[in-house]
Design a protein around this ligand. Structure first.
Ligand SMILES: [Ca+2]
Length: 187
């Protein structure tokens, strides 16, 4: 009587589905820049930074965000409500600035609702030689106990010519990043 096994089979499948990892919980809006610069805001530096969408390149795919400036410049995400816990930060970038420049993706934690005064941070930095697209990640870092907000910043730093591309920004509770991102490898 094989049909007797059908309900058990279905129940088994449901159990398997329940055991799969939770779906990705990226707290970043427009993380792949498919919606232009929506969700990101330029924080003007002392120079005149440019923050535009580059439709020709990205990792894993175009478009990406392009931040260039003659002085240190920063673009920030929304000020995101979070609770103190372990987080993952993953991003792709390339640094095309001069020999003393860097490009960084930083999550900053705040104890105030306006994301005014950082009380902790975690940073990924692309150095002078990292001019090709490269994914970087920091897993399982703990937000300070007083954390109530977080904000992710894309920045370029250095002295003369600062130029960074950014894509695929993930910030979320540890264990919620997509498997494809965790397994992604750049040759
Ligand atoms: Ca993209």
């Amino acid at each position: 009587m094989p049909f007797r096994f059908v309900p058990a089979f279905i129940a088994g499948c449901m159990g398997l589905a329940a055991a799969l990892p939770a779906p990705a919980a990226n707290l970043i809006e427009n993380a792949n820049f498919d919606s232009g610069t929506a969700g990101w805001q330029l924080v003007p530096g002392s120079g005149v930074p440019s923050f535009v969408i580059d439709a020709t390149q990205g990792l894993p795919s175009a478009p990406s965000a392009h931040l260039s400036s003659g002085d240190p410049a920063m673009v920030v995400s929304a000020c995101i409500p979070v609770t103190p816990q372990y987080f993952d930060l993953i991003a792709s970038a390339r640094n095309q600035g001069d020999q003393v420049s860097s490009a960084s993706v930083t999550v900053r934690f705040f104890g105030d609702t306006g994301c005014v005064t950082p009380i902790g941070s975690e940073v990924l930095t692309w150095t002078t030689v990292e001019t090709a697209w490269m994914q970087k990640a920091s897993y399982n870092f703990l937000a300070p106990a007083e954390t109530i907000r977080a904000q992710v910043a894309l920045s370029v730093d250095g002295l003369v010519t600062l130029d960074g591309h950014f894509d695929s920004v993930f910030f979320g509770p540890t264990g919620t990043s997509p498997v494809t991102l965790q397994a992604f490898d750049v040759d």
